[in-house]
Design a protein. Sequence first.
Length: 260
Amino acid sequence: MNWNRSSKVVLALFVLLAAAVAPVAAVDVQGNVSDSAEVGAQQDRTFTFTNLYTDYEEWTLHGQTDLTQVTWTVTAYDNAGNQIEQQTFTGQSFDYHIRASDGTTKVTVRLQGTTPAVDDWSYQPPQSIVFAEFQQTQQGGSATVLQSYDGVRPYTQQSQQARTQIQQAEAAIQNAQSAGADVSEAKRLRQNAVEAYNSGNFDLAIDLANQAEQKAESAAKSSKLTRWALIGGAVVIVLLALAGGVWYYLSNRETHDKLA
């Protein structure tokens, strides 16, 4: 198929336009953060930033965290992997200026801090903190979130034990409910356990959740026994009916034989 010159021009313009509007890759952020963190525990994570100049040749990296007793260690590297500079910041936020003219092609941020105490506990939704959030900012201009490691659940050993026990109670209630058991009392105890958890009374929450689990399991067993009793009763009735039918048949047959 031969294209005329105008068709080729249109195609070329289309390709150029598509390239012009194609989305540009953002700054790449790599890091690994757990979904929970023990209160009072020391945290130590390193985040790596590459592909730095897709939007700007000069910008500021802003970081913030809910951790306490915080130290940020920011290290810049050139294209050969050589360290250009390293700066240390303290406090829950920092700002670090990045310039293409400095030869920086990669930046790492080491975050060290302590998981803060929890003032307001919540079973659902769980209480959470921002472990780390990083933004690309311009002086007097816009700020773009590059990556946010939020929704991290702080816990203590007691709060975790209470949460686990409540979850076990919920599973037992669900199983009992599926078996057709009456779980109203188990649900009431479970709700009381959640309220105790939310008030920070974890020992009480554990005890109430344990009671809820036992109530649910007892209700499930009772429901199964009742169901088997009903099935057994139905079987007995059927057997009695069959026995009566056999007796009636035999009795009538004997009467007819005598008359013959």
